[in-house]
Write a protein that binds this ligand. Sequence first.
Ligand SMILES: Nc1ncnc2c1ncn2[C@@H]1O[C@H](COP(=O)(O)OP(=O)(O)OP(=O)(O)O)[C@@H](O)[C@H]1O
Length: 559
Amino acid sequence: MDKRLINFWVIGYYVQDLLLSLDSIMVSRIEMMDSQSLESIGLPDWIIKNLNDQGIVELLAVQNEIVPFIARTEGHDICVCAPTGSGKTLAYVLPIVQKLYNRVVRRLRVICIVPTHDLVTQTEATFKSITKGTDLVVETLGLRSFALEQSLIVSSHFNDENNSVTYQSLVDIIVCTPGRLVEHLNETPGFDLQHLTYLVIDEADRLLRESFQYWLEKVMDSSSVSKERLISIGSRGDISISDSKYNNTSSGGSSNFRSHIDHLSFKESRVIKLLLSATMSYNPEKISLLKLNAPLYFQSNKISELKYTIPDTLKESYIACHSDQKPLALISVIGNIFKSKQQQQTDQNDNIARIICFTNSIDITQRLNTLLGFIGEVDGVKLKPAQYSSSINSIERSNLLKLFANGDINVLICSDILARGMDLPNVDAVINYNAPPSAVLYVHRVGRTARAGRKGSAYTIVAREEKSYFTNMIKKAGRTQKMDKLTWKKEQYQKYTKSYKNALSQTRTIYAKRKANQKLFKSINNLSQSSALTTEDNQSIIVQDLTEINKKRLLINFE
Ligand SMILES: Nc1ncnc2c1ncn2[C@@H]1O[C@H](COP(=O)(O)OP(=O)(O)OP(=O)(O)O)[C@@H](O)[C@H]1O
C-alpha cells in the first residue's frame, strides 16, 4: 500500500475517534424551562388534535428540547437522560410520527425496542394515540403467535413471469422486545431493516446491559444501509461533514492543504439511534460501542447536583424496623397514605388512594397479597390488594392495570416487572416493602409516582440489618439530603396489631394447606409413575390408594 494511502487511513481512524470522543461529550442540558405551547414548536394541527384528545395542551421540558431537535435535524444520534415520568415517550413519538406522516411508500422505518412485553403494549398505545387519523401502521412483536405476526408485518407476491417473490412491508413502525425482533430477522422471509430510519432504545441502560452484543449487532447488521459521509479537515483542523461527494465549498482550510489530504470517508449506517432512560450510564466508552454518529447527550439540568434524575415533586422517606415488624409497618404506611388522600380536597370523585408496593420476589408478592387480603380494611378504608408479577399472564396483567386505574384495586403488590417505564395513572405512593437491590432500581421503582409534574410519595421499609446498605445506596444515588427518616413509634402501630395477627394466622393456615396439597400431589405423581411398572393385581391396590388420597384431598378446600 503506497505511503500516501497509509497516511490517509491513519488520519481516518484518528478523525473518527476524535469525532466520537468529541461528540460523545457534546452535552446539552434539558433546561426545565416553562412548558411551551404545542403550536410554538411547530407541531402540525392533526398532531395537536391527537394530543388535545388525550388532555395534553402543552409540552413538558424534555419534550420542548427533544421534539424540535429531532424534527429539524438529521444525522445526530441522541441520548436522553431525564427523570422518570418526564414524558420521554412522547419526546420521540411526536417527531418520528411527524416525519413519517409524508411518507409515500409504506416501509418499516421505525423500530422501538423496550425491555418488557407490558411496555410494548404501553408504547404501542402511545404511538397509536398520535398516528390516529393517518395511514401509518404501528405493530407490536412478542404479544401474539409468531406465525400471526409474520402475516401482519410482511406480504409476499409471487411474480410468475420471472418466477420470483417480492415482499412488501405492511407496517411503518414496530414496537418490540429484542428477542422477538431477532427471531423475525432470522426467520421471516422479506422482513428486513434496510429502510430503517429510526432505532429507538427505551430504558437503554437496562437493554444495553442485557445480552448487549447479541441483539444490537444483529439489528445494526440488518440495517446497515451504508452511505458514504465525507469528512474534510481544514488547515486549522476544523472539521466539516457532508453527505455529497467531496466539494470544494466545505468549510475549513485553504485549498493547498486540501491538495495533501483530500478527504476522509467512512461508511456508516444512517439509522438514527435514540437512547433514553432515567438512569442512563453517561459512559462514552460504553455508549460509543453503539457506534453512535455525532451523538448528542441531552440530560436533565438537575443531574449535575444528583447522580440520578428523580422528579422534584417526589417526597421520599424510609422506616427502619425489625424484619418481623415489616408487615405491621406496611399496614401503618398504607393507613397514612389513605388518611392523607382523604384529607386532600382535590378531586372528590376520585379520593381513592392508589398504592404500588414493590417486593424483591414473586413469593413475597404472593404472601403479602394473601396477608393484605385478610386484613380487610385500614383506618376505615377497604383494602383491595392484588398481585402483579410474571407469574400472571400478560392478559390478566393488563386487566389488573385497568382495575387499578379505575380504583377497583387500591394496592398493587408487584415484583420489578412493573419497575421500569410502566405508566400507571394517578399513583399516589410507591412503597418498597423490600429495599431495592440497586440505586438504579430504586429510581425506577419510585418513578412510578410523581409523574408528569404530579405530586407523589415514596416509602422504603428497611429491616435493621439492611439499613446501612440502604443508606449507602441512597448516598451513592445522591438522594440522602432528599430522604426523610420516619421513626418507628410502637403506639402508632398498636391499633393494627389485632387485625394483623388475625390475618397472619389465616395466611399461615392457607400456606400450611398448600404445603400439604403439594405433598399429596407429589405422592400421587410418584404413585402414578410407579403404577406403570407393576403387574395387574397390584394396580387394583394402587387405584384403591389413589381413591383414598383423592378423598383426603377433597377434605382440604383450595383457596
Ligand atoms: N406534555 C404532557 N403533558 C401532560 N402529560 C404528559 C405530557 N407528556 C407525557 N405526559 C404523561 O406523563 C406520563 C409519563 O410519560 P412517560 O411514560 O413518557 O414518562 P417517561 O419519562 O418515559 O417515564 P419512565 O422513565 O418511567 O419511562 C404519562 O402518563 C404521559 O401520558
